[in-house]
Design a protein around this ligand. Structure first.
Ligand SMILES: NC(=O)C1=CN([C@@H]2O[C@H](COP(=O)(O)OP(=O)(O)OC[C@H]3O[C@@H](n4cnc5c(N)ncnc54)[C@H](OP(=O)(O)O)[C@@H]3O)[C@@H](O)[C@H]2O)C=CC1
Ligand SMILES: O=C([O-])CC(=O)C(=O)O
Length: 265
């Protein structure tokens, strides 16, 4: 299967390393902005020698796109690809917090007669939560806890010195929609949990900067007709990006391998 990978940062590079010897998967294109092309070409030479480095998904020769770039890439690359009939695997799930974007994705996929797959990414139990929704959910709460340096470049820096924190500090409390909008590189999981469960506006989210943790810790508490569950994930971050859990890459690779495997779990 010929793939266009959108984004070649921490997730993209790590994904290329993991699939470089996979039979049945060929990275045919890497889509990055012009200013990132030289770095992507170096990565491609090492990990995906057949890939052309381009600014847009090529018009021909691609069978699937995998997005690992950021919220803006959904509108820029994923929507047009879907309209053209290319299926898409999407990591930047938080982009769906923008009003109207879920409907636009659905319309584009319908027009192209194809499908967009939102990956579970850094969180587990999305299967259980989405199944529990069928029976009816009463409440879903998500807490995201990361070391202070993982919140640099976000609104968490407003009015506080993250490096000087000595105790856990709640940096956001509100809806999944607001969390995903305000923390596009740190709260995709909030959007994923909400889209699988009670929706972007009815899922309570707390984000915490905690000098006492070294992992990215994700907790979900859900209650409904199915019963209840509490989930805690203690994820190792990628060395290349402390905001991003390694599990996100594994989740994208799982989704990708699932497209070519004869038996899928
Ligand atoms: N679902 C989940 O659980 C998670 C999802 N994510 C999502 O994955 C995204 C990528 O994460 P990560 O790899 O760690 O981030 P990085 O910042 O390391 O990499 C992003 C890459 O995408 C490139 N890029 C940025 N904008 C575009 C665009 N419009 N089109 C094509 N390429 C673009 C960047 O280029 P340049 O560096 O030159 O700007 C960079 O190469 C995050 O922004 C987040 O939205 C992340 C973690 C968890
Ligand atoms: O990778 C993680 O731990 C979670 C993350 O950044 C996100 O939800 O955007």
């Amino acid at each position: 299967m010929k793939i266009a990978l959108i984004g070649c940062g921490a997730i993209g590079t790590s994904l290329l390393e993991l699939v470089k010897d996979d039979a049945g998967i060929e990275i045919a294109a890497i889509v990055v902005p012009a200013f990132a092309a030289d770095a992507a070409r170096e990565t491609a030479a090492r990990l995906a020698p057949k890939a052309q480095v381009v600014e847009a998904v090529p018009a021909a020769g691609i069978e699937l796109v995998v997005e690992a770039a950021g919220h803006a890439a959904i509108e820029q690359h994923v929507l047009p690809a879907l309209e053209r009939g290319l299926p898409a695997i999407v990591a930047s799930v938080g982009a769906l917090s923008a009003p109207g974007l879920p409907e636009q994705l659905e319309a584009a996929a319908r027009k192209g007669g194809t499908q967009a797959q939102l990956i579970a990414g850094a969180i587990g139990a999305i299967d259980a939560l989405a199944a529990a929704r069928v029976g009816g959910l009463q409440s879903v709460r998500y807490t995201g806890r990361k070391p202070p340096h993982a919140w640099t470049g976000t609104p968490a820096e407003e009015g506080r010195d993250l490096a000087a924190l000595t105790a856990e500090t709640v940096i956001f409390e509100g809806s999944a929609r607001e969390a995903a909008r305000l923390f596009p590189k740190n709260a995709n999981v909030a959007a994923t949990v909400s889209l699988a469960g009670l929706g972007l506006d009815h899922t309570s989210v707390r984000l915490i900067a905690d000098p006492g943790v070294s992992e990215n810790v994700h907790q979900v508490e859900a209650e409904g007709a199915f019963g209840r569950f509490e989930l805690t994930m203690r994820n190792q971050a990628l060395a290349a990006n402390p905001k991003t859990s390694a599990l996100t890459v594994y989740s994208a690779v799982r989704a990708l391998r699932g497209r070519v495997a004869p038996l899928v779990i």
